[in-house]
Design a protein around this ligand. Sequence first.
Ligand SMILES: [Zn+2]
Ligand SMILES: [Zn+2]
Length: 397
Amino acid sequence: MAVTEDAAAIAGELAHLRRAIHAEPETGLDLPLTQEKILAALDGLPLEVTRGSALTSVTAVLRGDAGGGPAVLLRADMDALPVTERTGLDFASRIDGTMHACGHDLHSAMLVGAARLLSARQADLPGSVVFMFQPGEEGYGGAKFMIEEGVLDAAGERAAAAYALHVASAELSAGVFSTREGPMMAAADALNIAVHGRGGHGSQPHHAADPIPVACEIVTALQVLVTRAFDIFDPVVITVGSFHAGTTNNVIPDEARLQVTIRSFSAPARTLVREAAVRLVHDTASAHGLTATAEFENSYPVTVNDQREARFATEVVADLLGEDRFLPQANPMAGAEDFSFVLDQVPGAFVMLGACPPPVDPATAPFNHSAFAVFDDTVLADGAALFTELAVRRLNR
Ligand SMILES: [Zn+2]
Ligand SMILES: [Zn+2]
């Protein structure tokens, strides 16, 4: 039977699994309940299953019987967000303050579906498939931990290609896939700045070293940096999202603290902005006789789709589901993804899948990370079918 028909036949079970994961969301690297559900759903399949040590990941390897071809990696992230769900769905989160607002519950269910569909095709597969179920995408760099624990070589050889799907609750209609060649998602660098001054009486600033005006200069200088040092066709975004200093009106504080996010879309621009921002912070502080520290944390590189693999994914969508189910993505998205760590080492493609429930208008629907974001179950079968077809065709290429 065709992959799409096989996928449609298990759509109900995938929706059931997705809703169970949705109702019990977990955040970060430790997702024991989610891991348990995935292990139970994979039980009985002809897979070599291992669990992570540093995180509650699941790696499953399917070895095809039709020869020792390459290995292909398929990835789903599993974690939720610290958001209080307000969708009113009957399977809404039962855990206060935690919600699958980015649709990773759907990713997990789709990858389980692909594991089932590919297991049924084991006899004809000329290679291996690695199923990567990953915690901690939302800022915890879970992919990096799984790479350190060997997921890219789980089949006994380095994966030759890697694919990931990501659902969107808005912007794309349900069932429409989208991707692009080259940069797909931004690099995100979190920069923590502390300007160190010397506190004193608000009436006598000459006896103190006031960090507040210096920190203000840093904020505006960072914006000037964006407009003067970067090619407008290889842009960067710098946003100071947090600025804290002082306690009251007549006391000069010792310190000002800034939290900054920096987005870039190419490796050269990322290197340049990281160096330039740190230099600017130090030199601005020093110009006023103060010192400053600037430290990066939780950084994700640019998610870059391999040209050939992105084209391949586009063709597979059109062949499998029809050309009207694919929309080319004009520009990279300014969000970031830790699948970037995988694509840094293995050529592959990150593909978006619209999951806005009709008749809601994708142009105005609440987007991923909103407490109101709703993802339609009906896309699960096609997501599982696409994962399956990508693996089958890539192994046979
Ligand atoms: Zn997200
Ligand atoms: Zn996500």
